[in-house]
Design a protein around this ligand. Sequence first.
Ligand SMILES: [Zn+2]
Length: 334
Amino acid sequence: MGLEAPVMSPPGGLSAQERLSWWEQQLPRLTSADRSEARLAMGELSLQLGNAKEARITFYEAKGGRLAASEMAQAERGIGLSYFLDGQVALGVPHLERSRENLEVPAQQEVDFLLAAVRGDAVAAGSDLLSQRMSAYMEASHLTGPVEKSNPAMVGQIQVDITRAQWGAAAMQSNWDRMTTPYRIAIHHTAEPFTATSVSATAAEVRNVQATHMHRDDPMADIGYHFLIDRAGRVVEGRPLYAQGAHASGDFNIGNIGICLLGNFSAQPERGASYAKAQRPSAAQMATLERLVDQLRQIYNIKASQVQGHRELKNTECPGDELAAWVKRYQRSG
Ligand SMILES: [Zn+2]
């Protein structure tokens, strides 16, 4: 804030379209420096109006003038956002990346939010508001949101990457049994095709699993599994370990820790095209599975031979051939 003349602005009470027209009328009378600033304002209005191409042209015109570093960043940001509005994320990302350093705080947070959404990264607190503000860009570029922060937390002695609060778990109902000392572990897949790696997509998928378990003819108290592992290898907190699981049939749940990997690892052509081909567990999922199983065995003194695939307890394809083969190897290892 210096002693410069106040930047001119359109009269109040005008719509975005009217303000845009007002700026257009001013342009010929402005000095070239003011014209560049005016174009930044016009570009913003075009973004608000959802006119991606017009916004992009206007921001490029602004860039053609003399701009301070912060104004140049605004122009780059605007160009990047215009590509997001067009659904062309790959074209928008380099502009957003160039812009972020010289942006002021609210705009910088917005840009960081979008970049994190593209990468499937976690974003910091306050993301609900950000995701509302950026929803037009998220939707146009098919980004899932909100992107919740993945904040590793200890649940008992186990570190989880996504807690129940973070995935938005519904509260456990009263019809649960107390877990007796765990002495075995059962491995499952969700049997639902799933490839996304973002925290928000995982959260939505785990909410689905929980809803399926809690809204059946014989509703479960909670999600059936104690842990889930997402495609990026994150550990997701499931049913609390003090509660017996509901992932194997009847008494097979006694003392049995349920771990479920997200994905469909067994072909189910009868369920339609998207189920026709088995997915493979991701390398990140397998690395996390082995680490988690090792850790649980150590804590509860569980024998390797007591780590089982669901199919060893019931006539089911679960957890698919590849994971079942891993279980067999694991049993022999210990
Ligand atoms: Zn299973």
